[in-house]
Design a protein around this ligand. Structure first.
Ligand SMILES: [Zn+2]
Length: 75
């Protein structure tokens, strides 16, 4: 085993430590922060979803406006 393999092992151990640190509650918080929820059908969208895509969902799926389905989202 050369030095390269040892370094790789060390990185793996560090990755494990970091994975253990990210608790389930933190994952829940992240999930909530990531979600835009359609008020009509409860479909979830990533927080990064662009307004036009949300508007398209509202219009195409429900024949409503974006404000009806995503009241908290501004264009
Ligand atoms: Zn919807």
């Amino acid at each position: 085993m050369g030095n390269g393999a040892k370094a790789a092992q060390k990185r793996e151990r560090n990755a494990d430590k970091n994975a253990a640190k990210g608790s389930k509650s933190q994952a829940k918080v992240n999930e909530a922060a990531k979600s835009i929820i359609c008020a009509t059908c409860k479909q979830t969208f990533l927080i990064t979803t662009r307004a036009p895509a949300l508007e398209q969902h509202a219009v195409d799926k429900h024949n409503k406006t974006m404000a009806d389905c995503f009241p908290g989202v501004t264009k």
